[in-house]
Design a protein around this ligand. Structure first.
Ligand SMILES: Cc1cc2nc3c(=O)[nH]c(=O)nc-3n(C[C@H](O)[C@H](O)[C@H](O)COP(=O)(O)OP(=O)(O)OC[C@H]3O[C@@H](n4cnc5c(N)ncnc54)[C@H](O)[C@@H]3O)c2cc1C
Length: 403
């Protein structure tokens, strides 16, 4: 009987395993932590749920999945504001920029139509040369000025990186027209009243073989027919393995997949959750801080009552937690918010991607031609953009294509 190992029980690994199991495959998931979910990480606190990682989605496919899993979702308007460093509300665009924005936004669909195949196929297929350059360069090539700021708010503020280094294909696929319009036009987004981890918990519950505290230490080809997966406690053979998360160097013995995994870059992102005295805050982009490591760039309000609000604040960069806590308190204080109590904190490395130079060298084209070689695949966020919407859409196509 054919057996498949999936490495990682974040959303990527869980949705891959769930869909394969539904299609009749025998699947085993290996997870190094003692809980499922990875970056979908919610905790009970302050009379509700606080989020350390993922917060919302937009796609009907994700909503449908939640419905099938009986995971509670809500459709809420995305109320947000733009703040300066002192907590003063500022307009996202000034009056003169607004007209230019409208013109640019209107012509975006026709500009993007020439990349239709790439942008509308889940994953990274047929990437046009133009989309391999960094996003800022692509914008100036097409005389896009104001929209760059809009993309920056939704891409960089969420920690996906700087637009003058991130290749255009990631920005345009992540913020495709439908996701962008959900945010720009303030359509309803999908939120999870029981936390984003409720989706991962529901997926994990459906799986018949999931192993926690099982960090995969070695993936090697036992022979042409099987793959050996070693953890501290076990050594087992499988017909196939789907790796869904960046792994430490040297774990995979296959030279191509080992090199491919070493090529991925991730972004350091930090989340701190505070209980603050009720300040009437809504989700806020602190726009001047977006590109400064260790500075508060985004506030998400988890819950509010008349006494206090539970907020998650986000920053970029590799900093010590103590330093981050001080920096977040300083920012909150300059917004007039004192006596914040730290409830939880977490450092992430997320959004596995490759730099422009590797795209020009045909990184994804080679990956696609070698997927399945010796039974090894790179799935989930290693082969598509890192968001619940994109991973959901990609995984169905991935399974359809290779299984
Ligand atoms: C702060 C933050 C906010 C975000 N907000 C949103 C949002 O609002 N909407 C949205 O759509 N997306 C959001 N994202 C992105 C989204 O959370 C991710 O795209 C998604 O959760 C990634 O899932 P994954 O399975 O690919 O990776 P991960 O969640 O990182 O999962 C990888 C798993 O693999 C395990 N693992 C690693 N190495 C090994 C090993 N050797 N052996 C076994 N297991 C291993 C890890 O423990 C982990 O559980 C956010 C991300 C962050 C960090």
């Amino acid at each position: 009987m054919e057996t498949t190992a999936v490495i990682g029980a974040g959303y990527s690994g869980l949705i891959t395993a769930y869909q394969l199991q539904k299609a009749g495959y025998d699947v085993t998931v290996f997870e190094k932590a003692d809980i499922p979910g990875g970056q979908c990480h919610s905790l009970p606190a302050g009379g509700g749920i606080v989020e350390l990682g993922c917060v919302f989605g937009t796609s009907p496919a994700l909503e449908e999945l939640c419905h099938d899993l009986e995971v509670k979702v809500e459709r809420n308007y995305f109320y947000r504001q733009y703040l300066d460093n002192h907590g003063q509300k500022i307009p996202q665009l000034d009056e003169t920029a607004i007209q230019k924005f409208k013109d640019e936004y209107k012509m975006l669909p026709s500009l993007l139509s020439k990349y239709d195949i790439c942008l509308n196929t889940p994953g990274f297929y047929n990437i046009p040369e133009e989309l391999k350059m960094n996003f800022k360069k692509w914008c100036s090539l097409h005389d896009i000025e104001v929209l760059t700021e809009i993309f920056s708010a939704y891409f960089s503020c969420y920690g996906y990186g700087e637009l003058d280094t991130i290749p255009a294909v990631y920005v345009l696929k992540h913020l495709d027209l439908s996701s962008l319009s959900s945010l720009v036009e303030s359509r309803k987004i999908i939120t999870f009243p029981q936390g984003s981890s409720s989706i991962c918990n529901a997926l994990a519950q459906k799986l018949s073989d999931i192993r926690y505290n099982s960090e995969v230490l070695e993936i090697s080809n036992a022979d042409d027919e099987s793959i050996l997966i070693k953890t501290e406690l076990s050594s087992e053979q499988f017909s196939r393995v789907i790796i869904t998360t960046p792994l430490k160097s040297g774990i995979v013995s296959h030279p191509f997949f080992s090199r491919a995994l070493d090529t991925f870059i991730t972004n350091p992102s930090n989340t701190l959750v505070y209980r603050i005295p009720s300040a009437g805050l809504v989700d806020s982009f602190v726009v001047n801080n977006t590109h400064k490591d260790g500075k508060l760039r985004l506030i998400h309000v988890n819950s509010s009552n008349s006494e206090y609000q539970m907020i998650s604040v986000y920053s970029n960069g590799y900093l010590e937690m103590k330093e981050l806590d001080l920096s977040m308190r300083e920012s909150l204080s300059s917004m007039g918010i004192d006596s914040a109590v730290l409830t939880a904190s977490k450092k992430w490395n997320f959004f596995p991607h490759v730099e422009s130079a590797m795209l020009y060298k045909g990184f994804y084209e080679e990956l696609q031609s070698r997927q399945g070689e010796k039974g090894i695949y790179l799935g989930g966020a290693l082969s598509c953009c890192s968001s619940l919407d994109k991973i959901t859409e990609f995984t169905s196509a991935f399974i359809h294509r290779y299984f």
